[in-house]
Design a protein around this ligand. Structure first.
Ligand SMILES: O=C(O)CCC(=O)C(=O)O
Ligand SMILES: [Fe+2]
Length: 357
């Protein structure tokens, strides 16, 4: 998933969002959303995100309860692509620890964090948006990207040494979430009456796990700047640990923006673009964005699972027939052009739509 185009450089762009939040009186122009009206700061409705019991999905029997859970999963993923995963086998205290090491990293002095700065044209490391074009709108977000799987692509030099349990906690989290992910990806197939490994096989033997730790400093201009611009995730599947107190995530459903509620003890799960392709558009990779907050900072942790780079992903045969034509072309390494497309204002998945005349 390496960015392909050469990134542009400029003085203002080299500052972290944290630095910008303490500087100056005017909004930095590269961050101001061109069509500010679209931010719509009036209070948005809250999305009802169904709770899915992962323990039930693991069970090999097909009881009434399991069938009901699969129906609920299918319904949520085909209407807006989000669920809250509960009973996932990770204790609240463990998830709190994951968020706590994340918080402790972002609370380090800037000079400390900059020791882990992302190199140009790389993904792993600390920094903000890669800049491809001068009129790109930047996100009010400092982040740390780290590849977690496969082991061979970990860049430990970008992994924080402080707090000193960072590495241990993230390795444990990765192992645990990998198991949850297999359960959910299999359940997605079962809920569509497909063979359970149908999507998991497309991830290949060495799926990719990438985490993105997000820090959103308070922003003096919440009506003009977004913490993350609208996007669908490039992943196969995405898991999000949300800030415990500060909302910000919003989802587009039927052309209306909704707030995603805070989910204590639950993980938010959403379909990524690559699972939308594999399900031939039945499951939706939701377009989401993050609002800025004038008073409060926010921290979240996203973890993305994606097929290995050599795997050709494709809509499952069992989902295509005369009534349901193929919607997407096959693709290898979906992430390769994703960032550049997104930063150029495109919706990357649209490039794969089958064109009919
Ligand atoms: O911070 C959030 O609530 C969402 C983050 C997100 O969408 C991402 O990292 O892709
Ligand atoms: Fe996202």
């Amino acid at each position: 998933m390496a960015p392909t185009a050469t990134a542009l450089k400029s003085e203002e762009l080299a500052l972290s969002v944290e630095e910008l939040s303490i500087e100056g009186n005017n909004p930095p122009k590269n961050y101001v959303v061109k069509d500010s009206e679209s931010i719509n700061s009036s209070r948005l409705p809250l999305l009802e995100v169904p709770t899915i019991d992962i323990g039930l999905l693991c069970s090999s029997s097909s009881s009434f309860q399991v069938e009901e859970e699969l129906k609920k999963l299918r319904s949520a993923l085909s209407s807006f692509g989000y669920i809250q995963a509960v009973n996932h086998g990770m204790s609240t205290s463990f998830l709190d620890e994951v968020l706590e090491v994340t918080r402790r990293f972002f609370k380090l002095p800037l000079e400390e964090k900059k020791k882990y700065s992302r190199e140009e044209n790389e993904i792993d490391g600390y920094g903000n948006d890669i800049v491809y074009t001068h009129n790109q709108t930047l996100d009010w977000n400092d982040r740390l990207y780290l590849h977690l799987l496969p082991e061979s692509i970990r860049k430990f030099e970008k992994w924080p040494q402080v707090p000193d349990n960072f590495r241990k906690i993230f390795l444990e989290f990765t192992e645990k979430l990998k198991i949850v992910n297999e359960v959910i990806v299999k359940a997605m197939a079962k809920s569509l009456k497909l063979e359970e490994n149908c999507f998991l096989d497309q991830f290949g033997k060495n799926p990719i796990a990438l985490t993105r730790l997000n820090f959103y400093p308070p922003c003096p201009w919440p009506d003009r700047i977004l913490a993350a611009k609208p996007h669908g995730d490039a992943s196969g599947t995405t898991y999000l640990l949300q800030d415990k107190e500060v909302e910000g995530l919003q989802v587009l459903k039927d052309e209306q923006w909704y707030r995603v509620p805070l989910t204590p003890d639950a993980m938010v799960f959403n379909v990524g673009d690559q699972l939308e392709i594999m399900t031939n558009g039945i499951f939706k990779s939701p377009v989401h964005r993050v609002a800025t907050n004038k008073e409060r900072e926010r921290m979240t942790l996203a973890l993305f699972f994606s097929p290995e780079l050599t795997s050709e992903i494709k809509p499952a045969i069992g989902l295509i027939d005369d009534k349901n034509p193929r919607l997407y072309n096959n693709i290898i390494d979906y992430g390769r052009n994703y960032f550049e497309q997104l930063q150029n204002g495109n919706k990357p998945i649209d490039a794969l739509k089958v064109r009919r005349h």
